[in-house]
Design a protein around this ligand. Structure first.
Ligand code: TXA
Ligand code: MG
Length: 391
């Protein structure tokens, strides 16, 4: 297992030492856990790409403690100052044009002239950012394409120690989707490199192969993430603001400040590779918009939202609540009171829990398409697309 740090002063000093020596650590934020490294160090960020198995064309966002630091690396924009007053520190990432002397390494931005920046609000991470001399690059702390982590335990599960004998080789198809291609037994050698001792390869023609030759050694456990879904991504690199990813900050809240905003299009993957369909995939089938008239599958779990009793009445289903408890392997209600923020904070955690339980499929009750409900539906749709590859 990777080593776990708590949020004490000693851990903060250790985390600073690791960042200063170009190492990677998983850190908590209010959205999801991130795989953090100095954004000014190409060597450190290369490690992040390797650990995550992330395609090099997908840029990483940089994290800061203050606006002054942000405007050293991206060009000043008055709209950012207005948004910062309301949303920072918080779950909003803004894409801006880089300054000539930007400290952010080219590799972080995948060669683009723009950079994604945000000020997160987890107290440990904010203090770390205050004390570290450079911006901190951090994608979500999951292998590319997998479920995002909203607790330290999720991160530990997603990046098992290679001594324990498990690692993945990740294929990236032409449409940019990353997926597991092979299981390898890996053993750590004395010089901290990794020795592959066993391979179980599934070849699939036109895929590019990346071997994870780097492993995650450190995780800071800062508790469960407050929001539980990744930040909203807003592109302000042009005059018309454009939403690239739904998140906890809603379109309505942004419109109140900025006026017109363009919404994500189907071909968004070109502008923001993280918007590719087939993302956030659990290791089992996922079917959406469960209707109580549908018969549950074998070894299936239900993610419920709102009152199940009411939903049963409205669907005029013949099933009762006890039938459901009997038919589903497990039922997790992510918000019995139909609160979307509560549901968002529990979504990834419930998917991880059901994945750990070894269910063959998960079905989810309909979630309203309002405010953060848009982000929840967006993640569920991508997870369902990703799970189709499981055959
Ligand atoms: O909440 C979050 O944003 C978390 C925490 C750790 O801060 N981070 C996160 O990072 O979700 P990641 O890499 O999983 O997602 C960042 C998204 C990706 O979709 C990426 O393509 C997009 O932001 N992005 C980053 N820089 C960009 C740029 N310059 N232009 C367009 N999209 C960009
Ligand atoms: Mg991610």
């Amino acid at each position: 297992m990777p080593k776990i740090l708590d949020t004490s002063q000693n851990s903060l000093n250790k985390a600073l030492e690791l960042l200063n020596s170009d190492d990677v650590i998983a850190i908590p934020t209010e959205t999801v856990y991130g795989l953090a490294a100095s954004a000014a160090s190409t060597k450190a960020v290369e490690k992040v790409f390797k650990i995550k198995g992330r395609p090099s064309f997908n840029p990483i966002i940089s994290h800061y403690a203050t606006l002054d630091e942000i405007f050293k690396d991206v060009i000043y924009d008055e709209r950012v100052v207005k948004l910062a007053e309301i949303f920072w520190p918080g779950p909003l990432t803004i894409i801006l044009n880089k300054t000539k002397n930007s400290r952010i390494s080219e590799i972080v931005c995948a060669g683009l002239n723009t950079a994604g920046v945000r000020i997160p609000r987890h107290p440990f991470t904010l203090e770390l950012l205050r004390r570290f001399a450079a911006p901190v690059a951090a994608p979500s702390a999951n292998p590319s394409g997998r479920l995002s982590p909203s607790s330290a335990a999720h991160v530990a599960k997603l990046f098992p120690d290679h001594e324990a004998g498990e690692s993945t080789e990740i294929g990236v198809s032409q449409d940019g989707t990353a997926h597991k291609r092979a299981s390898s037994r890996l053993r750590r050698t004395n010089d901290r490199s990794v020795l592959r001792v066993h391979e179980d390869h599934e070849d699939d023609g036109n895929a590019e192969t990346r071997v994870c030759e780097q492993y995650l050694e450190w995780i800071v456990d800062g508790g469960n993430c407050e929001c539980g879904l990744e930040s909203t991504v807003l592109d302000l690199s042009n005059s018309l603001p454009k939403l690239l990813r739904y998140g906890s900050v809603s379109v309505m809240e942004l419109k109140n400040i900025l006026g017109e905003i363009a919404l994500p299009e189907q071909d968004e993957s070109i502008r923001s590779p993280g918007m590719l369909l087939k993302h956030y995939a659990p290791k089992c089938k996922l079917r959406l918009n469960y209707s109580f008239n549908d018969k549950p599958f074998e070894n299936e779990a239900l993610i419920a939202f709102g009152s199940i009793a009411e939903a049963l009445i409205q669907s005029s289903s013949k099933m009762t609540e006890s039938d459901l408890n009997f038919s589903f392997r497990k039922i997790i209600n992510i918000s019995p009171s139909a609160d979307l923020d509560e549901a968002a904070s529990k979504l990834f955690a419930s998917l991880h829990e059901l994945e750990n339980l070894g269910v063959d499929s998960i079905t989810v009750m309909p979630i309203p398409y309002d405010s953060v409900g848009k982000a929840i539906n967006d993640r569920l749709l991508r997870a369902a697309e990703g799970s189709k590859d499981l055959g």
